[in-house]
Design a binder for this molecule. Sequence first.
Ligand code: SAM
Length: 316
Amino acid sequence: MLSKGHDNIGHNIGSVPSGRWHFEEININLVQAERYSEILWESTTKYQEAKIIQGKCFGRSLILDGKTQSTESDEFIYHESLIHPAFIHHKDPKNVFIAGGGEGATAREVLRYRSVQNVTMVDIDEEVVSACRKFLVNHHQGAFDDPRLELIFGDAKHYLETTDEKYDVVVIDVPDPLEAGPAYKLFTAEFYRLVQSKLNKSGILITQAGPTDPTSSDQCFTKVFNTIKSEFRRSYPYHSHIPAFGTTWGFVIGSDTQIIDEAGNIDAKLEEREIDNLSMYDGVAHRGLFNLPRYLRQSISSEKHIIRNNNPLFVK
Ligand code: SAM
């Protein structure tokens, strides 16, 4: 049965089957809709519009300011892509910083490494993290209870500005740089320089960096890559297909010393570190992540923009 559908802001979007639908703007000209059975939690927090839904396609999803952050059925693609390419190349990651990461799944992947002794996770939104802890158990799988994890509520940039700690890996897992959102200051050259100053000699920065499909790659991804490239001696762009995001999603690694072997012998390294039971990442997948299609390589090489505090990047 078909009925008229309307998106979150009331525009008529044509006919959709009856039921409850979560409509999400993939970009300003494209909407994705998922049928859901229940809104498990919803709040206008001090920082963002937040909800967790029980989707009929992707399972439980965290949605912040209208954007899906991760879903039960495919979060493993996002979180394994975010964490393992960098961690497997760092010989001995011990002290780790996570900016954001509210669902706890980023911490879950980091904590797989036995060498990791301390993870400081700084998320700005206590309300969101508490809801994730309660409703997204399949995401965090108990990571919040690991004694190596220290959870702090606050702005990650402010925390890094004031700490004397140095880290082996800094992971930036915050939402896209929305103008009204809490994360856009974590996508600038000045911020990446701050991270660099908090890294140990062989340290690595990783960040999520937005969509990489041909219609949107130059809105965030290529700019973030170019900005990280301007601050670090080595920088590596890569991407993965995340079905719930309606697109392929980019990540960027920056380091002054670490060389990421884009065709590397990953399986032996995973075995050596006793990292098993991954669902997405291995040697074959690693090569896939870094073998970017031609349009994207061209888009990266023609990018000139460097994101700065006095001219921040905002995405829609
Ligand atoms: N996977 C995600 C994506 O697609 O962008 C990011 C996931 S995670 C839920 C994002 C977290 O970053 C949220 O819990 C949010 O509260 C937190 N956050 C946003 N801005 C922040 C800031 N300035 N400092 C620390 N945490 C921040």
